[in-house]
Design a protein around this ligand. Structure first.
Ligand code: IMP
Ligand code: MG
Length: 178
């Protein structure tokens, strides 16, 4: 298999860009259908979701806004278990229909932290939209309304996801070589 080197680890092909595109289109169509008559606010979690968010909202056929928050929980290939907020909420979400856009829900700690933060600002509704989930690693109860793909509990890079800051620009998703 065509293994690639990202920083100091080897990764092998896992999900092709074409497959991601298909799934992103499917989820965007679901959102367009479900949010008819509404003007959702997409709240994207940086850094990982920037590529997914860009592809997703261009497939959504609704009047909508996009904003960003920046959180971090990972170091290298593992979670620290703690969420640090690096850029906070800078839009008024009162009475807004918020769709959180995330690259991957792993333990769910980042998402739980996000939901807790948003609750205090009285949004009209909050839905979660994630490119990927690792269901075996989930530690908290989460209602994930939109999800492109579920994957096993292995570390991945590409399509916005990084290993120590590297690999976000890779078009396909790669998984760490065992
Ligand atoms: P959680 O708080 O454990 O759910 O972690 C979510 C965050 O960890 C995601 O937003 C990603 O940035 C990062 N993350 C989780 N799994 C991976 C992975 O396999 N590769 C790269 N980043 C990951
Ligand atoms: Mg992230």
């Amino acid at each position: 298999m065509d293994s690639i080197l990202v920083k100091d680890k080897h990764f092998v092909p896992f999900i092709k860009a074409e497959k991601l595109k298909e799934e992103v289109k499917r989820v965007a169509a679901e959102i367009t259908h479900d949010y008819q008559g509404k003007k959702p606010l997409f709240l994207c979690i940086l850094n990982g979701s920037f590529i997914f968010a860009a592809d997703l909202i261009r497939e959504v056929d609704l009047p909508c806004e996009i904003s960003f928050v920046k959180m971090t929980s990972y170091q290298g290939t593992g979670t620290t278990g703690k969420v640090r907020e690096l850029i906070g909420l800078n839009v008024d979400i009162t009475d807004r229909h918020v769709i959180i856009v995330e690259d991957i829900v792993d333990t769910g700690i980042t998402m739980a932290h996000m939901l807790e933060t948003l609750k205090g600002h009285n949004p009209a509704s909050v839905d979660i939209c994630t490119l990927l989930t690792k269901p075996d690693k989930l530690q908290v109860q989460l209602d994930i309304r939109y999800c492109c793909l579920s994957i096993p509990n292995d570390f991945i890079v590409g399509y916005g996801l990084d290993y120590d800051g590297y690999g976000r620009n890779i078009k396909d998703i790669y998984v760490i070589e065992k």
